[in-house]
Design a protein around this ligand. Structure first.
Ligand code: AMP
Length: 288
């Protein structure tokens, strides 16, 4: 595995592999890798001849009040994980090379970036789409691997590629969870063991919502939302639900009534446990 910090160097390497007809699979991350990230690396390894992983804690997707400084970092550990899982190139750029002083451009996927997560994290997705667009132009991959864990992020990146005719295939991989159901996240390091157990209520609540829809055939989404919200407050004193949404899986538009709906449904939520903000979602098919 080679460590690359220089943008131009990686672009030349990618040009060479493209010229010699090798497929490039790319896994963008903010590091502090866990089994969720590893599942993406493994998928990329299976699909592509060349695997590139990036480690970059992107400052522009954090608001000034968020945890950019505290976000866990351990490059040496990430380096070894990437090497063990067959990554060919690990891209670890400096912030200054990604955002030089005269940097002016933003990529903004309208509407969808301002809903759900976007309501509570204004400008977050502008930071995400801008850096992902840059990374794609640096790595020049054929395939990009993203986690279902960040459902809205995956949908927005897909839409960006569709709208800007970015010629890559986005592959969305299932959420990897602890045995308890808690979705793996680098931010879980903020939680102690008791909090981790308590946080698994979120996945339980999502499954309760799914059960209401699929087993009990409830179609009025307002009552499902109330039920899920009550379920969480009943089961946990410390979890504060920020939102719970029932949406489609294309643009994450909210579904008011499932009566006339067919297709994929995403149940997604964000919640605080102490100071830690957690997100999770489940995706399933709904065919009335
Ligand atoms: P991050 O380092 O948190 O920015 O995540 C990098 C990529 O890994 C994103 O595409 C995430 O959606 C994905 N990811 C994070 N957690 C998980 C998980 N538990 N299961 C699957 N993918 C994940």
């Amino acid at each position: 595995m080679k460590l690359i910090k220089d943008i131009k160097a990686l672009q030349s390497i990618s040009d060479y592999f493209r010229a010699t007809v090798r497929t490039i699979g790319f896994v963008p991350t903010m590091g502090y890798l866990h089994d969720g990230h590893i599942s993406l690396l493994q998928k990329a390894r299976m699909d592509s001849e060349i695997v590139v992983a990036s480690i970059f804690v992107n400052p522009t997707q954090f608001s000034p009040t968020e945890d950019f400084n505290e976000y866990p970092r351990d490059f040496l550990r990430d380096y070894h994980i990437c090497r063990n899982y067959g990554v060919d190139y690990i891209f670890y750029p400096d912030t200054k090379s990604i955002y030089p002083d005269d940097f002016l451009t933003e990529v903004y996927v309208k509407d969808i970036s301002d809903r759900l997560e976007g309501t509570f994290r204004p400008r977050h997705f502008i930071g995400v789409t801008t850096v992902v667009a840059k990374l794609i132009n640096i790595v020049k991959p054929h395939f990009v691997y993203l986690g279902q864990k960040d459902a809205q992020q995956a949908i927005i990146i897909k839409k960006m590629c569709e709208d800007l005719n970015i010629d890559i295939e986005i592959k969305i991989c299932p959420t990897v969870r602890e045995k308890t159901g808690l979705a793996l996240s680098s931010r879980n390091t903020y939680l102690n063991d008791d909090e981790k157990t308590e946080a698994s209520i979120l996945y339980e609540a999502l499954n309760e919502g799914k059960k209401m829809i699929l087993d009990y055939k409830v179609v009025d989404t307002e009552s499902i939302k109330k039920y899920v919200s009550n379920y969480i407050s009943r089961k946990s004193k410390n979890i504060k639900l920020q939102y719970f949404a029932i949406t489609d899986n294309y643009l994450m538009n909210e579904i008011e009534n499932l009566k006339n709906y067919k297709g994929e449904v995403v149940l997604s939520l964000a919640a605080y446990l102490g100071k830690t903000r957690l997100i999770d979602n489940i995706l399933f098919n709904y065919n009335n």
